[in-house]
Design a protein around this ligand. Structure first.
Ligand code: FAD
Ligand code: SF4
Ligand code: SF4
Length: 397
């Protein structure tokens, strides 16, 4: 099937004004330093032409047909990301925590070792696996070769979920790992995905249409869990340059990294503080594209989870959908639950996140807009700004 036919079927742009190639995405997003490493372009490519380079950025690995889908589904490109929120039934004025069915401050009891906050995410995944409700959970596991670098990993046993507990403050290009071909799974697997809100936006946009091209199995994803997120980081810049080189911290000796109450907190293996510094000192290591994101709350997810809004050692849990409610029931009895401790803290951080996003986005923010933005329209909005496409010699196959 020709690229244009696919595009007409897959999105709500009636007539494609021209082909958009991978190298157009490259100029406007990747080379313009706006990529947030979600991996959605990898999943969206119907010919599996996009891979992940050694720099953890998407790269062309074989011929691009100009079908435009990598552009359409990129949350820094053609995807009007905030328009994915209405897929979940959110109204147009998505403020604060947004659409929720239930919300809690929660902690698993007994506690699971190594979790970041109240252990809700690990407890939920373990319960779902034990109940046979899912066949795997796409989470982050520490790289075998690089300390404190999270990599996408499909956990298929409670033990594997336990090994992957805790937060890695780098993106894993999760959507670049949903072909699941390296895993032995049943014929129609049911997979839970834990990811940052931009990754969940991509899943929901792709799932809103039948997807039968390429090897990515977005249809296998039956539950999405968003980690509340104001920014993510470049692994090399944060862990190797800022923490290891500049501050002289041996990463082998780091037991915990936390970003909480506006501070970066790094502890050793015994739980003693190595340093505590304002998060603004690390701004240079954050992904520039994150500034344009107003989805701290993970509005497109079935369940959003974070630390803000709850006392230390607890998780703030926002259950947004029927699927989320059903999943939540499987873990309810293993949790200490109460009303959200400080919902106003969530609202406050959301307002700050949106202020930054509205300043950085070079287009109008509009959750009611169509889901896709044409490349030409993007150029009109971004040309001449500090986020303009970067001209370069494209590698063409
Ligand atoms: C980049 C980033 C930024 C965040 N920013 C905030 C914030 O500003 N405010 C806030 O309240 N919370 C934030 N969080 C969420 C917070 O750090 C915890 O992940 C969350 O509270 C869940 O805690 P838990 O104890 O329930 O999870 P756990 O039981 O510890 O489980 C966490 C799960 O998330 C998976 N995971 C860890 N890192 C990643 C990753 N990078 N990509 C995909 N999956 C991953 C783990 O493998 C594990 O399965 C952020 C998380 C990340 C990764
Ligand atoms: S932001 Fe996501 S979809 Fe866009 S180029 Fe980067 S990895 Fe691909
Ligand atoms: S701030 Fe937004 S764009 Fe950046 S990683 Fe978090 S959810 Fe993705």
């Amino acid at each position: 099937m020709a690229g244009f036919d696919i595009r007409e079927l897959m999105n709500d742009i009636d007539e494609a004004p021209g082909k958009v190639w991978f190298w157009d995405l490259e100029k406007a997003v990747i080379d313009a330093d706006r990529c947030v490493q979600c991996g959605v372009c990898v999943a969206a490519c119907p010919t599996d032409s996009i891979g992940i380079g050694s720099d953890d950025l998407p790269e062309l690995v074989k011929m691009c047909t100009g079908c435009s889908l990598c552009w359409d589904f990129c949350p820094r490109g053609g995807l009007q990301y905030e328009s994915t929120w209405k897929i979940m039934g959110a109204d147009h004025s998505v403020e604060g925590i947004g659409k929720v069915e239930e919300s809690y401050t929660a902690r698993v009891n007994p506690m699971i070792e190594g979790v970041q906050d109240g252990g809700f995410v690990s407890a939920l995944l373990i319960s779902l696996l034990e109940a046979g409700e899912i066949d795997g959970a796409l989470v982050a596991r520490e790289s075998a070769t690089e300390r404190w670098k999270g990599e996408a990993f499909l956990a298929r046993t409670p033990e594997e979920v336990r090994e992957c507990a805790g937060s890695f403050y780098n993106q894993t290009l999760a959507l670049g790992h949903v072909d699941f071909k390296e895993y032995d799974l049943p014929p129609n697997p049911r997979i839970a995905v834990v990811g940052t809100p931009c990754e969940i936006e991509g899943i929901k946009a792709m799932q809103a249409r039948p997807w039968t091209w390429g090897t990515s199995k977005v249809e296998a994803i039956t539950l999405t869990i968003a980690l509340l997120c104001t920014k993510s980081f470049n692994y090399e810049k944060l862990m190797l340059e800022e923490i290891q080189a500049k501050r002289g911290v041996d990463l082998e000796n780091v037991g915990r990294v936390d970003i909480i109450r506006g501070k970066m907190i790094v502890q050793d293996l015994e739980g003693e503080s190595i340093f505590e510094e304002p998060i603004r000192d690390f701004h240079g290591a954050a992904l520039k594209g994150c500034d344009e994101c107003a989805d701290f709350m993970g509005h497109a997810a079935d369940i959003s989870v974070g630390s803000v809004g709850s006392a230390d050692g607890y998780s703030s849990v926002l259950v947004r959908s029927e699927e989320g409610l059903t999943a939540f029931e499987s873990v309810r009895e293993k949790l200490e639950l109460r009303e959200l401790d400080k919902p106003e803290a969530l609202d406050k951080l959301d307002a700050l996140d949106k202020r930054v996003a509205f300043k950085s986005l070079k287009r109008a923010f509009d959750p009611e807009a169509p889901l896709f933005i044409d490349y030409e329209e993007h150029l009109e909005n971004y040309a001449g700004t500090d986020r303009a496409p970067v001209e370069h010699e494209a590698v063409r196959y």
